[in-house]
Ligand binder design. Structure first.
Ligand SMILES: Nc1nc2c(ncn2[C@@H]2O[C@H](COP(=O)(O)OP(=O)(O)OP(=O)(O)O)[C@@H](O)[C@H]2O)c(=O)[nH]1
Ligand SMILES: [Mg+2]
Ligand SMILES: [Zn+2]
Length: 303
């Protein structure tokens, strides 16, 4: 029996890092891959066997127990992320470009809400700060100080010229850290800057090959400083993932200090006497945060 960390999954083949530092490729035994279910046809009453992937399927981040050249089972998970599909994540580095693409406070709130919903600690990394003027950077920092006051760590980096990288490196030790964020935000470039001698393909337009942009396609964990860093494909579109309308206000941690006296209040814009609405009007809750809440709430209602 051997144990190891699953660091890559591609087409049913797992790469597992063993304790001795070697990496092996193998599959999971059949029982972990599929579950047999029977669908009953109402008309003919006939049963049809269907195979569905199940909860038990090992994923990247799991500690796999290997027997007879296959993954037999995995050890109990501390947590599991849905998107990207990774287990045992300690923190998410939420990479947001200061520019290209433009910084979006709504998207930031959307990512934060989804991460908190999965009970994982977010750390915000603002990338590409070299593309802002000093004044623009000053303004962005001012707005983001609101998020620092909520308790989130915020880092500012220029991965191209390796500015601010050491501070990011410091928080990676012994942890499983996954990078998340929009496509093109600079996740792969940041990993390349953080890990000396490392090379990941990034979204640089490949002129020599003329094949367009290299973006990350699969999820992998890279061993680093006793922990792991995960590069994942970025999102082009994100949604409120499986969040109930009544759960939403709890995920806006800055609303907590403002107790609304109404029962069953949804705290939407225009409700006279609602403590949340009034706090937003007075500027005690950041206007863009309150707008994000309204927008997400309405999106959940539409589902
Ligand atoms: N000026 C500047 N450009 C950057 C910086 N970081 C990344 N870039 C550029 O931004 C583009 C996208 O970077 P990637 O690292 O591929 O972005 P990604 O987040 O990995 O994108 P996906 O893999 O598609 O999710 C590339 O052209 C990078 O060279 C930075 O700090 N400053
Ligand atoms: Mg990438
Ligand atoms: Zn209210």
């Amino acid at each position: 029996m051997q144990k190891g960390r699953i660091i890559n999954l591609n087409g049913g083949v797992y790469k597992v890092l063993l304790l001795d530092g070697s990496i092996i490729s193998l599959k999971a035994r059949g029982k972990l891959r599929y579950e047999k279910k029977y669908m009953v046809n109402e008309k003919s009453k006939s049963k049809k066997e269907v195979l569905t992937t199940i909860k038990n399927t090992p994923k990247v981040g799991d500690i796999a127990v290997i027997e007879n050249g296959m993954i037999d089972h995995y050890l109990e998970r501390k947590n599991e992320m849905i998107r990207p599909d990774i287990a045992n994540v300690d923190q998410i580095l939420l990479v947001f470009a200061a520019k290209e693409p433009d910084f979006s406070f709504f998207l930031l709130d959307l990512f934060l809400v989804n991460i908190l919903h999965q009970n994982i600690t977010p750390v915000l990394v603002v990338s590409k700060i070299d593309l802002l003027t000093d004044l623009e950077l000053f303004e962005l920092k001012e707005n983001l100080s609101y998020y620092e006051n909520m308790g989130y760590k915020v880092f500012y980096v220029d991965s191209k010229h390796k500015e601010g990288i050491d501070l990011v490196r410091d928080i990676l030790k012994d942890k499983i850290t996954v990078l998340s964020g929009q496509t093109g935000a600079g996740k792969s470039t940041l990993i390349n800057a953080v890990v000396p001698g490392f090379f990941l393909k990034t979204g640089e337009i490949s002129q020599a090959l003329g094949r367009g942009r290299h973006t990350t396609r699969e999820t992998s964990l890279y061993p680093y400083l006793g922990g792991f860093i995960g590069d994942t494909p970025g999102f082009s579109k994100l949604d409120v993932l499986g969040i109930d309308k009544d759960e939403l206000e709890g995920l806006f941690v800055d609303f907590r200090g403002h107790n609304c006296k109404f029962r069953d209040c949804n705290h939407l814009e225009g409700i006279k006497g609602c403590a949340i609405y009034e706090a937003a009007q007075k500027g005690e809750i950041l206007a863009s945060r309150y707008q994000s809440y309204n927008k997400m709430y309405k999106e959940i209602l539409k589902k």
